[in-house]
Design a binder for this molecule. Structure first.
Ligand SMILES: C[S@@+](CC[C@H](N)C(=O)[O-])C[C@H]1O[C@@H](n2cnc3c(N)ncnc32)[C@H](O)[C@@H]1O
Length: 267
């Protein structure tokens, strides 16, 4: 994935919500010169490993690894980031709406959000028990369908909210892994505990493929932008066009003093 600044060379500072061991951010930051990142993650052991790996790759000045929860981000983060990314992590939020509101708070006006995640499926033959078992195995409290997540993001205040479905890609990825693991099981090279682990991994993978086909879950990305709030200090010479991510004040505008127009974003 590549992050492109709106103006060439402009720095991009983003936050990775639920960054794990930081693989995704190390990839993004090392391939984009003007990008820096704050990796925020709950698990301190993973964070320790993330810091060590950043140092090994010489990225410690570009990636700051912070212990914390995306359910309640530090106050000092308000309006600090050009955007936020989250990969396979917001699905564990205690409240998805709350996490999406926090993500909005720390993002500057016009900033981006990209959340790739597992979502609740809506297959016609999927039972409530099956959904419940999946959610509890994956430690999911507030499991939403893609459409419910789109609505939660809009209610949190995000604009231009869209869902792009990548479920076919996760099926393919599971199928490829299953093929590799099956070959290892059949190779005759493994025995004892290792063999048992491989068998259990293979069974889980084939169950996942079945669940994708059944419609137990979906995998995809929610993308959105934080709206700008534009305040005119003089009446503009023409009526501003309505745009999804640009909000104009509802109140009557002050009288014209000159033909000049200015806009001040609130940060
Ligand atoms: C499946 S891992 C994904 C990690 C990483 N984003 C990646 O793609 O490799 C889920 C991560 O979410 C983190 N996590 C879960 N709940 C969290 C919370 N409330 N706040 C911050 N991180 C959380 C866990 O620590 C875990 O590392």
């Amino acid at each position: 994935m590549e992050l492109t600044p709106e103006l060439p060379g402009e720095p991009i500072k983003y936050i990775d919500l639920g960054s794990g061991r930081g693989q995704a951010s190390r990839h993004v930051v090392s391939s984009n010169k003007s990008v820096t990142c704050t990796c925020l993650n709950l698990n301190r052991n993973e964070n320790r490993e993330a810091r060590e790996r950043c140092e090994m790759q010489g990225l410690e000045k570009k990636i700051d690894v912070v212990d914390g929860t995306y359910d309640r981000l530090p106050d000092k983060f308000t309006w600090q980031f050009n955007g936020c990314l989250s990969q396979d992590a917001l699905v564990h939020a205690y409240s998805k709406s709350q996490a999406l509101k926090e993500a909005l708070r720390v993002t500057k006006g016009g900033g981006f959000m990209v959340v790739s995640d597992l979502f609740r499926g809506d297959g016609p033959f999927v039972s409530a028990d099956e959904l419940k078992a999946f959610a509890s195995a994956y430690m999911v409290n507030d499991w939403q369908t893609p459409q419910q997540s789109v609505e939660s993001a809009k209610e949190a205040g995000w604009a231009n909210v869209e869902y792009t479905d990548f479920t076919d890609e996760i099926r393919l990825s599971f199928q490829k892994l299953l093929k590799k693991v099956t070959a290892l099981v059949q190779s005759g090279k493994y025995s004892g505990q290792n063999y048992d682990q491989l068998l259990s991994y293979r069974n889980n993978l084939s169950r996942r493929v079945f669940q994708v086909d059944e419609g137990v879950f979906k995998w995809g990305a929610i993308t959105a932008r934080k709206p700008y709030e534009v305040m005119f200090i003089r009446e503009p010479p023409f009526e501003p066009l309505a745009r999804d991510h640009i909000k104009f004040p509802p109140a009557p505008l002050p009288p014209v003093q000159s033909g000049h127009v200015s806009s001040i974003p609130p940060y």
